[in-house]
Design a protein around this ligand. Sequence first.
Ligand code: PRX
Length: 660
Amino acid sequence: MQHKITSFDQYQKTYQYSVNEPEQFWNEIADSFVWKQKWNKTLEWNFKTPDVKWFLNGKLNITENCLDRHLEKNGNKPAIIWESNDVNEANRTLTYNELHAEVCRLSNVLQNNGVVKGDRICLYMPMIPELAIAVLACARIGAIHSVVFAGFSSKSIADRINDASCKLLLTADGLYRGNKTINLKEICDEALASTPSIEKVIVYQRTHQKIDMQIGRDVWWHSEMQKAATHFDAVEMDSEDPLFILYTSGSTGKPKGVVHTQAGYMVYTYYTFLNVFQYEEDDIFWCTADIGWITGHSYIVYGPLLNGATTVMFEGIPTYPDAGRFWATIDKLKVTKFYTAPTAIRSLMANGIEFVTPYKLDTLRVIGSVGEPINEEAWHWYHHHIGKEKCPLVDTWWQTETAGILISPLAFITPTKPTYATLPLPGVQPVLVDAQGSILQGNDIEGFLCMQFPWPGIIRTTYGDHERCRQAYFASFDNLYFTGDGCRRDADGYYRIIGRVDDVMNVSGHRLGTAEVENAINEHPNVIESAVVAYPHDIKGQGIYAFVIVDKQSIDQGVVDTDAPFEEGAGIDNSLQLLNRAAFENEIRNIVSKIISPIAKPDKIQIVSGLPKTRSGKIMRRILRKIAEGDISNLGDTTTLLDPNVVEEIKQGAGISTKN
Ligand code: PRX
C-alpha cells in the first residue's frame, strides 16, 4: 500500500477502509518499519479500564527507524539544520550519518553513567541539536525521556523529576533566548536540592558562563563524549514499553505525566507527518515549537526523522533580533514547509507588514498551525502574506495525549476552511456528544469532542497513576476518549474546535490548569484564596485573570492596599511592610513565575472580598469568566450562590457597569 494519500478520492476511500478494517489498515503502515520481531496481534483495547495496546509482542527500537534505516540511501542528507538564536552564528547541519554517530556516542555516555533500559531521564535543555540527540540517545538505550521545557521553574523541574524518579538529568550551563542569557544550571541546582533520585547530571556547554559543578554528581557533556564510541547497538524494546513521559496540565493542580509507548507512537507520528504535510524528499521542514512540548517531540524530532526528512531546529524567538526573524530564516534555509502557532502569527501580524515584505518566502509550499484555535483574521493574514495564497494552510488539531495530529486538512489533498481543522485523519473516529454522553448524529451541531476508537498514538497511562488517566479521559463518557474540547461540525461535516470546556487554559498555545495557577498564587502570605479564569486576549489567545482574596487583617493594617492605583516600579516599605497595589501584583506574578514559569503569570489581578460559590462551596467560574470577558449580559442563574452580593462587588471592582 502506498502510505501517502494523493487525492481527495483516495482520502475518502482510505478513511472508509481505516474505519472498516482498522487493524488491517494500521498493519499495512506498520509493515514498512524495521522490526526486530514482528507483532503477533495488532490491537487490544478497552476504554473502561482503560487499556490500549498496539502491535502486541512486536520488538523494535524507534531510533533504528529514525536513523539506521536511512543511512544506506540518505546517510549524507541533512537530518537537522540548526539555526542559532544569534543571527551571526553559523548554522549547524547534521547529516543522518552524523546524527546517528552522535546519538550512538551519547547512548554510550548514558551507559557509562549507569543508565539502563527503563530508567527515567530528565532533559532540561536549550533548543540545540544536543537536545534532539539526547532524546534519541534515551530511546536508543531504552531509557524513558522526560523533557521539561527550559522555561519552567526549578520547582516545576523538581516536581517532574520526583514524580518519575528520574535517575539522570541532562542540561546545559545556560541558554540564549532573544537578548537574554539564562543560567540553566543554576535553576537545575535549585531543583537538585530536593531530587534524591538524581545520581548524575550531564552538562552541555552552550553559553560558557560560570556555573557550579558538584564533584561526583556533575560531569561535562563534551568530556564524556570524547571518551565514547560512535557505535551503539540499539536496545530491543517491546512495542508497549514506554518511550517517553511528557507532563501536561489538567484540571487539577498537579501536571500529569502523559505516557507514550514505542511502536504506536512511531507508526502514528510517521503517518501523520507524511500525510498532513505531504512530505517530499527535498523538503526543508520547520516546526517552530520547542522540543519541550509534544509538537516538538512529534514534528521536530520523531515524525520528520522517521520519514527521512530534513528538520529545522531554531534556538531563538520570533521577534529577535526583529519581528522578521521567521521570514528571514525561511529565505535563508529555503524552508518548504512551515509549522507554527497562532499566537506567533498574531504577534508578528501586530508588529506590522514591513517585517514581512523584505522577504521572498518563495520556497514555501505548505504552512501549518497548531496549539490553539486560529482566529479568522490571523488565518487570512498567514495565508495571504506568508503562504501567498498558494500554500495550503493546515490547521492541525491534536493534543499531548494524542501523540500526533488527529483532525486536519491534508495539504493539497483535502479542502481547507478558515478556522476549521476540517476532517479526521484515516484511523481517527471523532464523535460529538451532549452532556449526557449521547452521540450527536448529523451535521451542523456542537458538542463535546470525543474519540470512539483508538489510534496507535493514544495516551497509554499517566505515569505512576493509572486511575488519574481513567478519570481525566475515559470516565466522563462511557466507552469514549474525551478530549476536553468543545467542537462544532458544520453542514459539510467539517470540524471546528471551539476551545477547552474544562478548567484548562490555553495561553499563547501553552496549556495551563486554573488550579495550578491558583495554588501558586495562594502561596503568597497575604492571600487567602484565589480563582483563576481565562479571558480572550488579542495576541495570546487567552489571558489569565486572577480574582484574589487578601486576608482582612493585612488590608486593615494597610499591608495590602486594595485601592491604591497601579504605580509602575512601586516598591515595598520594609519598615511598615506596606505594599501598594503594584508591588502586591508584582509579588503575585513573581510567585507564579517561581513556582510554575513566567508563562503562567496572570495578566490581570483583581482583589475581591469573596468569590461566587455555590452552597456546596464550588466556585462558579462561569460567572467569573463572564466578568473577566467584560460581558455581564447573561450571567445565568445566580440564585444558587451562597452570597449573591459578591457578584455585584466583583463586577464593580472589574470596572463593569452594574446596570444589566
Ligand atoms: O484545546 C485544544 C488546543 O490545545 C489543546 C492541546 O494542548 P497541548 O496538549 O498542549 O497540545 C498542543 C499541541 C498539539 C487541545 O485540547 N488545540 C491544539 N490544536 C488546536 C487546538 N485548538 C484549536 N485548533 C487547533 N488546531
